[in-house]
Design a protein around this ligand. Structure first.
Ligand code: NAD
Length: 307
Protein backbone atom coordinates (compact mmCIF):
# COMPACT_ATOMS: atom_id res chain seq x y z
CA UNK A 1 0.00 0.00 0.00
CA UNK A 2 1.38 3.45 -0.91
CA UNK A 3 1.75 6.24 1.67
CA UNK A 4 -1.57 7.60 0.30
CA UNK A 5 -3.34 4.43 1.48
CA UNK A 6 -6.15 2.95 -0.55
CA UNK A 7 -8.13 5.33 -2.75
CA UNK A 8 -11.83 4.94 -3.45
CA UNK A 9 -12.62 6.59 -6.79
CA UNK A 10 -16.33 7.31 -7.35
CA UNK A 11 -17.49 8.22 -10.88
CA UNK A 12 -15.45 6.78 -13.75
CA UNK A 13 -17.17 8.46 -16.70
CA UNK A 14 -15.50 10.53 -19.43
CA UNK A 15 -13.17 12.30 -16.99
CA UNK A 16 -13.07 9.90 -14.04
CA UNK A 17 -11.96 6.92 -16.13
CA UNK A 18 -8.67 8.46 -17.35
CA UNK A 19 -8.07 10.13 -13.95
CA UNK A 20 -8.44 6.78 -12.14
CA UNK A 21 -6.10 5.25 -14.72
CA UNK A 22 -3.43 7.83 -13.81
CA UNK A 23 -3.64 6.69 -10.17
CA UNK A 24 -3.35 3.05 -11.21
CA UNK A 25 -0.37 3.83 -13.43
CA UNK A 26 1.29 5.51 -10.42
CA UNK A 27 0.97 2.22 -8.52
CA UNK A 28 -1.76 3.32 -6.10
CA UNK A 29 -4.17 0.83 -4.61
CA UNK A 30 -7.61 1.67 -6.00
CA UNK A 31 -11.25 0.67 -5.57
CA UNK A 32 -13.72 1.95 -8.16
CA UNK A 33 -17.39 2.84 -7.84
CA UNK A 34 -19.92 3.87 -10.50
CA UNK A 35 -23.65 3.36 -10.92
CA UNK A 36 -23.00 2.24 -14.50
CA UNK A 37 -21.89 -1.39 -14.95
CA UNK A 38 -20.50 -0.39 -18.33
CA UNK A 39 -18.22 2.20 -16.71
CA UNK A 40 -17.04 -0.37 -14.12
CA UNK A 41 -16.37 -3.19 -16.58
CA UNK A 42 -12.80 -2.25 -17.68
CA UNK A 43 -11.72 -1.91 -14.03
CA UNK A 44 -13.36 -5.21 -13.07
CA UNK A 45 -11.49 -6.90 -15.91
CA UNK A 46 -8.24 -5.55 -14.42
CA UNK A 47 -9.05 -7.31 -11.16
CA UNK A 48 -9.90 -4.20 -9.09
CA UNK A 49 -12.55 -4.10 -6.38
CA UNK A 50 -15.56 -2.44 -8.01
CA UNK A 51 -19.14 -1.77 -6.89
CA UNK A 52 -22.17 0.32 -7.76
CA UNK A 53 -22.34 1.70 -4.22
CA UNK A 54 -19.46 3.19 -2.21
CA UNK A 55 -20.38 1.65 1.17
CA UNK A 56 -19.07 -1.72 -0.03
CA UNK A 57 -15.59 -0.48 -0.93
CA UNK A 58 -12.52 0.34 1.19
CA UNK A 59 -10.49 3.52 0.69
CA UNK A 60 -9.44 6.17 3.21
CA UNK A 61 -9.14 8.84 0.53
CA UNK A 62 -12.42 9.17 -1.37
CA UNK A 63 -12.32 10.96 -4.73
CA UNK A 64 -15.58 11.93 -6.42
CA UNK A 65 -15.85 12.79 -10.14
CA UNK A 66 -19.63 12.95 -10.52
CA UNK A 67 -21.99 15.15 -12.57
CA UNK A 68 -23.21 17.52 -9.81
CA UNK A 69 -23.07 18.13 -6.05
CA UNK A 70 -26.36 16.22 -5.70
CA UNK A 71 -24.69 12.96 -6.81
CA UNK A 72 -21.66 13.75 -4.64
CA UNK A 73 -23.88 14.15 -1.58
CA UNK A 74 -25.72 10.91 -2.35
CA UNK A 75 -22.46 9.00 -2.93
CA UNK A 76 -21.05 10.19 0.39
CA UNK A 77 -23.98 10.55 2.80
CA UNK A 78 -26.65 8.45 1.04
CA UNK A 79 -28.02 5.16 2.33
CA UNK A 80 -25.25 3.15 0.64
CA UNK A 81 -22.81 6.05 0.57
CA UNK A 82 -19.12 6.08 1.51
CA UNK A 83 -19.81 6.99 5.15
CA UNK A 84 -22.47 4.35 5.76
CA UNK A 85 -20.29 1.26 5.39
CA UNK A 86 -17.72 -0.31 7.71
CA UNK A 87 -14.74 1.43 6.11
CA UNK A 88 -12.75 4.31 7.65
CA UNK A 89 -12.56 7.51 5.57
CA UNK A 90 -9.96 10.23 6.12
CA UNK A 91 -10.80 12.70 3.38
CA UNK A 92 -13.26 13.47 0.59
CA UNK A 93 -11.69 15.16 -2.42
CA UNK A 94 -14.53 16.29 -4.68
CA UNK A 95 -13.06 16.84 -8.15
CA UNK A 96 -16.47 17.27 -9.80
CA UNK A 97 -17.54 20.77 -10.85
CA UNK A 98 -19.89 21.28 -7.89
CA UNK A 99 -21.50 24.43 -6.47
CA UNK A 100 -19.76 26.27 -3.61
CA UNK A 101 -22.75 26.41 -1.21
CA UNK A 102 -23.57 22.68 -1.21
CA UNK A 103 -19.83 21.91 -0.99
CA UNK A 104 -19.44 24.04 2.16
CA UNK A 105 -22.55 22.40 3.65
CA UNK A 106 -21.22 18.91 2.93
CA UNK A 107 -17.81 19.88 4.35
CA UNK A 108 -19.43 20.90 7.65
CA UNK A 109 -21.34 17.61 7.89
CA UNK A 110 -18.20 15.61 7.10
CA UNK A 111 -16.17 17.54 9.69
CA UNK A 112 -18.67 16.44 12.34
CA UNK A 113 -17.97 12.83 11.27
CA UNK A 114 -14.20 13.44 11.50
CA UNK A 115 -13.66 13.44 7.73
CA UNK A 116 -11.73 16.26 6.02
CA UNK A 117 -12.79 17.69 2.65
CA UNK A 118 -11.26 19.51 -0.30
CA UNK A 119 -13.03 20.76 -3.42
CA UNK A 120 -10.61 20.27 -6.30
CA UNK A 121 -12.46 20.71 -9.60
CA UNK A 122 -10.37 20.41 -12.74
CA UNK A 123 -9.96 22.04 -16.12
CA UNK A 124 -8.36 20.59 -19.24
CA UNK A 125 -10.87 18.09 -20.62
CA UNK A 126 -10.52 14.40 -21.41
CA UNK A 127 -7.22 14.75 -23.31
CA UNK A 128 -5.44 16.34 -20.35
CA UNK A 129 -7.05 13.87 -17.98
CA UNK A 130 -5.42 11.12 -20.07
CA UNK A 131 -1.97 12.72 -19.91
CA UNK A 132 -2.23 13.73 -16.23
CA UNK A 133 -1.93 17.41 -17.17
CA UNK A 134 -5.15 18.77 -15.68
CA UNK A 135 -5.28 22.07 -13.82
CA UNK A 136 -6.95 21.87 -10.43
CA UNK A 137 -8.18 24.77 -8.30
CA UNK A 138 -8.42 23.66 -4.70
CA UNK A 139 -10.55 24.91 -1.82
CA UNK A 140 -9.98 23.84 1.79
CA UNK A 141 -7.60 24.20 4.71
CA UNK A 142 -3.89 24.55 3.97
CA UNK A 143 -3.05 21.58 6.15
CA UNK A 144 -5.48 19.23 4.41
CA UNK A 145 -4.35 20.55 1.03
CA UNK A 146 -0.66 19.87 1.76
CA UNK A 147 -1.46 16.39 3.10
CA UNK A 148 -3.28 15.34 -0.09
CA UNK A 149 -1.44 17.40 -2.69
CA UNK A 150 0.77 14.39 -3.76
CA UNK A 151 -2.39 12.45 -4.63
CA UNK A 152 -3.64 15.31 -6.83
CA UNK A 153 -0.21 15.50 -8.52
CA UNK A 154 -0.76 12.09 -10.16
CA UNK A 155 -3.66 13.62 -12.14
CA UNK A 156 -2.87 17.33 -12.34
CA UNK A 157 0.17 19.21 -13.66
CA UNK A 158 -1.04 22.54 -12.23
CA UNK A 159 -2.28 22.59 -8.64
CA UNK A 160 -3.37 25.87 -7.01
CA UNK A 161 -4.96 26.36 -3.65
CA UNK A 162 -7.39 29.21 -4.25
CA UNK A 163 -9.08 29.67 -0.87
CA UNK A 164 -11.28 28.00 1.73
CA UNK A 165 -13.70 25.14 1.01
CA UNK A 166 -15.95 26.08 -1.94
CA UNK A 167 -13.42 28.49 -3.48
CA UNK A 168 -12.29 25.88 -6.02
CA UNK A 169 -15.90 25.41 -7.15
CA UNK A 170 -16.42 29.18 -7.52
CA UNK A 171 -13.20 29.47 -9.55
CA UNK A 172 -14.21 26.55 -11.78
CA UNK A 173 -17.72 27.88 -12.50
CA UNK A 174 -16.25 31.23 -13.58
CA UNK A 175 -13.60 29.42 -15.67
CA UNK A 176 -16.37 27.64 -17.53
CA UNK A 177 -18.35 30.86 -17.99
CA UNK A 178 -15.31 32.33 -19.77
CA UNK A 179 -14.79 29.12 -21.73
CA UNK A 180 -18.46 28.81 -22.82
CA UNK A 181 -18.78 32.48 -23.79
CA UNK A 182 -15.62 32.27 -25.93
CA UNK A 183 -16.80 29.03 -27.52
CA UNK A 184 -20.26 30.35 -28.38
CA UNK A 185 -18.83 33.62 -29.76
CA UNK A 186 -16.28 31.68 -31.85
CA UNK A 187 -19.01 29.48 -33.36
CA UNK A 188 -21.13 32.51 -34.24
CA UNK A 189 -18.12 34.26 -35.80
CA UNK A 190 -17.27 31.15 -37.83
CA UNK A 191 -20.79 30.87 -39.27
CA UNK A 192 -20.95 34.61 -40.04
CA UNK A 193 -17.47 34.52 -41.62
CA UNK A 194 -18.18 31.42 -43.71
CA UNK A 195 -21.45 32.98 -44.90
CA UNK A 196 -19.46 36.10 -45.86
CA UNK A 197 -17.09 33.95 -47.94
CA UNK A 198 -14.19 33.42 -45.50
CA UNK A 199 -12.51 30.01 -45.21
CA UNK A 200 -13.22 28.40 -41.78
CA UNK A 201 -9.74 26.88 -41.41
CA UNK A 202 -8.12 30.21 -42.26
CA UNK A 203 -10.37 32.08 -39.82
CA UNK A 204 -9.31 29.73 -37.01
CA UNK A 205 -5.61 29.97 -37.91
CA UNK A 206 -5.71 33.79 -38.02
CA UNK A 207 -7.81 34.34 -34.88
CA UNK A 208 -5.82 31.94 -32.72
CA UNK A 209 -2.62 33.87 -33.37
CA UNK A 210 -4.37 37.21 -32.78
CA UNK A 211 -6.13 38.74 -29.80
CA UNK A 212 -9.13 36.40 -30.25
CA UNK A 213 -6.94 33.52 -29.06
CA UNK A 214 -8.74 31.00 -26.82
CA UNK A 215 -9.03 27.29 -26.00
CA UNK A 216 -12.08 27.26 -28.28
CA UNK A 217 -9.98 28.30 -31.27
CA UNK A 218 -6.84 26.38 -30.34
CA UNK A 219 -8.39 23.05 -29.37
CA UNK A 220 -12.17 22.56 -29.40
CA UNK A 221 -12.89 23.93 -32.88
CA UNK A 222 -9.94 22.35 -34.78
CA UNK A 223 -10.43 19.04 -32.98
CA UNK A 224 -14.20 18.58 -32.97
CA UNK A 225 -16.02 21.31 -34.96
CA UNK A 226 -14.17 21.71 -38.27
CA UNK A 227 -13.92 17.91 -38.84
CA UNK A 228 -17.59 17.75 -37.68
CA UNK A 229 -16.89 14.88 -35.27
CA UNK A 230 -18.49 16.77 -32.32
CA UNK A 231 -16.68 14.46 -29.90
CA UNK A 232 -14.74 16.80 -27.62
CA UNK A 233 -15.99 14.83 -24.58
CA UNK A 234 -17.93 17.39 -22.52
CA UNK A 235 -21.71 17.37 -22.53
CA UNK A 236 -24.01 20.35 -23.07
CA UNK A 237 -25.93 19.36 -19.93
CA UNK A 238 -22.83 19.65 -17.74
CA UNK A 239 -21.75 22.96 -19.29
CA UNK A 240 -25.27 24.38 -18.75
CA UNK A 241 -25.02 23.22 -15.12
CA UNK A 242 -21.72 25.11 -14.72
CA UNK A 243 -23.23 28.31 -16.15
CA UNK A 244 -26.06 27.97 -13.66
CA UNK A 245 -23.54 27.79 -10.80
CA UNK A 246 -21.74 30.89 -12.12
CA UNK A 247 -25.04 32.79 -12.51
CA UNK A 248 -26.12 31.95 -8.95
CA UNK A 249 -22.70 33.06 -7.71
CA UNK A 250 -23.12 36.41 -9.48
CA UNK A 251 -26.58 36.88 -7.96
CA UNK A 252 -25.35 35.96 -4.47
CA UNK A 253 -22.65 38.64 -4.79
CA UNK A 254 -25.09 41.26 -6.20
CA UNK A 255 -23.06 41.59 -9.40
CA UNK A 256 -25.16 42.28 -12.51
CA UNK A 257 -23.79 40.02 -15.25
CA UNK A 258 -25.79 40.38 -18.48
CA UNK A 259 -23.36 38.46 -20.68
CA UNK A 260 -23.30 35.58 -18.18
CA UNK A 261 -27.12 35.57 -18.12
CA UNK A 262 -27.24 35.53 -21.93
CA UNK A 263 -24.63 32.75 -22.19
CA UNK A 264 -26.49 30.65 -19.63
CA UNK A 265 -29.74 31.20 -21.55
CA UNK A 266 -28.13 30.13 -24.84
CA UNK A 267 -26.59 27.04 -23.24
CA UNK A 268 -29.92 26.03 -21.70
CA UNK A 269 -31.61 26.47 -25.06
CA UNK A 270 -28.92 24.38 -26.80
CA UNK A 271 -29.18 21.68 -24.10
CA UNK A 272 -32.95 21.47 -24.58
CA UNK A 273 -32.75 21.55 -28.39
CA UNK A 274 -29.90 19.05 -28.82
CA UNK A 275 -30.22 17.00 -25.63
CA UNK A 276 -28.19 17.10 -22.38
CA UNK A 277 -25.85 14.31 -23.51
CA UNK A 278 -24.99 16.05 -26.82
CA UNK A 279 -21.39 17.21 -27.00
CA UNK A 280 -20.79 20.89 -26.23
CA UNK A 281 -19.11 21.34 -29.62
CA UNK A 282 -22.30 20.31 -31.47
CA UNK A 283 -23.97 23.59 -30.48
CA UNK A 284 -22.64 25.12 -33.69
CA UNK A 285 -25.23 23.02 -35.55
CA UNK A 286 -27.91 25.10 -33.81
CA UNK A 287 -26.33 28.36 -35.02
CA UNK A 288 -26.07 26.81 -38.50
CA UNK A 289 -29.75 25.87 -38.34
CA UNK A 290 -30.70 29.46 -37.45
CA UNK A 291 -28.52 30.71 -40.34
CA UNK A 292 -29.90 28.10 -42.80
CA UNK A 293 -26.27 27.43 -43.69
CA UNK A 294 -23.69 24.75 -42.84
CA UNK A 295 -19.92 25.21 -42.63
CA UNK A 296 -18.18 23.45 -45.52
CA UNK A 297 -17.18 19.96 -44.28
CA UNK A 298 -13.60 18.73 -44.03
CA UNK A 299 -12.06 22.11 -43.27
CA UNK A 300 -9.46 21.37 -40.63
CA UNK A 301 -6.89 23.70 -39.10
CA UNK A 302 -3.89 22.47 -37.12
CA UNK A 303 -4.47 21.44 -33.51
CA UNK A 304 -1.55 22.70 -31.45
CA UNK A 305 -2.40 20.62 -28.41
CA UNK A 306 -2.57 17.30 -30.27
CA UNK A 307 0.41 15.13 -29.47
P1 NAD B 1 -19.85 11.72 -17.19
O1 NAD B 1 -21.32 11.84 -17.26
O2 NAD B 1 -19.09 11.22 -18.38
O3 NAD B 1 -19.45 10.76 -15.95
C1 NAD B 1 -20.11 10.78 -14.72
C2 NAD B 1 -20.09 9.35 -14.15
O4 NAD B 1 -20.69 9.37 -12.86
C3 NAD B 1 -20.88 8.34 -14.99
O5 NAD B 1 -20.08 7.21 -15.27
C4 NAD B 1 -22.09 8.00 -14.10
O6 NAD B 1 -22.53 6.66 -14.27
C5 NAD B 1 -21.50 8.21 -12.73
N1 NAD B 1 -22.50 8.47 -11.68
C6 NAD B 1 -23.52 9.34 -11.71
N2 NAD B 1 -24.17 9.35 -10.51
C7 NAD B 1 -23.52 8.47 -9.72
C8 NAD B 1 -23.68 8.05 -8.37
N3 NAD B 1 -24.66 8.55 -7.58
N4 NAD B 1 -22.81 7.13 -7.87
C9 NAD B 1 -21.83 6.61 -8.62
N5 NAD B 1 -21.62 6.98 -9.92
C10 NAD B 1 -22.45 7.89 -10.45
O7 NAD B 1 -19.29 13.15 -16.74
P2 NAD B 1 -17.81 13.76 -16.93
O8 NAD B 1 -17.76 14.48 -18.23
O9 NAD B 1 -16.80 12.74 -16.59
O10 NAD B 1 -17.88 14.92 -15.81
C11 NAD B 1 -17.74 14.63 -14.43
C12 NAD B 1 -17.57 15.97 -13.69
O11 NAD B 1 -16.40 16.63 -14.16
C13 NAD B 1 -18.74 16.96 -13.90
O12 NAD B 1 -18.94 17.70 -12.73
C14 NAD B 1 -18.21 17.86 -15.04
O13 NAD B 1 -18.85 19.12 -15.03
C15 NAD B 1 -16.74 17.92 -14.69
N6 NAD B 1 -15.81 18.19 -15.80
C16 NAD B 1 -15.96 17.59 -17.02
C17 NAD B 1 -15.02 17.83 -18.04
C18 NAD B 1 -15.12 17.20 -19.41
O14 NAD B 1 -14.43 17.66 -20.33
N7 NAD B 1 -15.92 16.15 -19.60
C19 NAD B 1 -13.94 18.69 -17.79
C20 NAD B 1 -13.79 19.25 -16.51
C21 NAD B 1 -14.73 19.00 -15.53
Amino acid sequence: MSETGKVLFIGVGRMGNPMARRLLAAGLSLAVCDLSEQALEPFRRQGLSVARFPAELAGEAVITMLPTDAEVREAVLGERGALSGPHRRAVLIDMSSSAPGPTRQLGQELARAGVAMLDAPVSGGVSRAQTGELTTMVGGSGEVFERWRPLLAHMCATIRQVGALGAGDAMKALNNYLSAAAFWASCEALVIGARAGLDPAVMVDVWKTGTARSHALEVKIPRAVLPRTFDYGFSLGLMAKDLGIAARLARSCDVPAPLLAATEGHLLHARDALGPQADLTSLITLIERWAGFELPAGACASDKEEK
